[in-house]
Write a protein that binds this ligand. Structure first.
Ligand code: ADP
Ligand code: ZN
Length: 207
């Protein structure tokens, strides 16, 4: 099954995609993680992307489209995949149709106030990309899985969060209507706990 995770920043795309990836044994393809990995390694792609990512702006379409097209050619993506963070513009959605066929689009819904709380309290493991919320860490500052010190993403700072929300409403939200018309859209409310949201998602998917 080829799945897109749509939804505002902080709606749980990454967390839900990771759980679903395990359950369905298909890869999670996160453009944000790919860009951040490039930034960390200082690749040409990473250096190019950094200015946009840190400010909460979108990286140019041509760059992310080429990156995803290449990634979808890999062996592990031939039996299905979960796109997390792509497409984010109408142009990306149209380009995607040129090289693959999408089966389902999951639209994760969350109100702006909740988004701000989630993003400002988010901590991320720089090694495995796993995310946490400060409220679940009980004062701990390291990743449960790999014992690495957690960090706050630069784009999770207050001013940048507001910008990302604007960018989402202006450039990405139109995709909800686009995929609704294509009859691919399924809505998932994500204001519950991780477990509640995930079981709701499985129900929506009929699995
Ligand atoms: P979130 O969903 O929490 O905003 P992501 O990790 O998906 O986080 O994205 C972080 C940043 O990476 C975005 O703000 C943007 O700068 C860049 N990015 C990720 N995916 C795309 C994309 N499909 N198109 C353009 N920029 C992207
Ligand atoms: Zn980790």
């Amino acid at each position: 099954m080829n799945i897109i995770m749509l939804g505002p920043p902080g709606s749980g795309k990454g967390t839900m995609a990771a759980l679903l990836s395990k359950k369905l044994a298909i890869p999670q393809i996160s453009t944000g993680d790919m860009l951040r990995a490039g930034m960390k390694e200082g690749t040409e792609l990473g250096r190019m992307a950094k200015g946009f990512v840190d400010k909460g702006e979108l990286v140019p379409d041509s760059v992310v489209i080429a990156m995803v097209e290449e990634r979808l050619k890999a062996q592990d993506a031939q039996n299905g995949y979960i796109l997390d963070g792509f497409p984010r513009t109408l142009e990306q959605a149209k380009a995607l149709e040129g090289f693959t066929k999408i089966d389902t689009v999951l639209d994760l819904e969350l109100a702006d106030e909740k988004i701000i709380d989630r993003l400002s309290g988010r901590r991320v493991c720089p090694d495995c990309s796993r995310t946490y919320h400060v409220s679940q860490l009980n004062g701990s500052t390291i990743c449960e899985k790999c014992r690495t010190k957690l960090v706050t993403r630069k784009d999770d700072e207050a001013e940048t969060i507001a910008n990302r929300l604007n960018v989402y409403h202006e450039q990405t939200e139109p995709l909800v209507e686009y995929y609704k018309e294509a009859k691919l859209l399924k809505n998932v409310k994500t204001d519950g706990s991780i477990e509640e949201n995930f079981s709701e998602m499985l129900k929506v998917l009929g699995i």
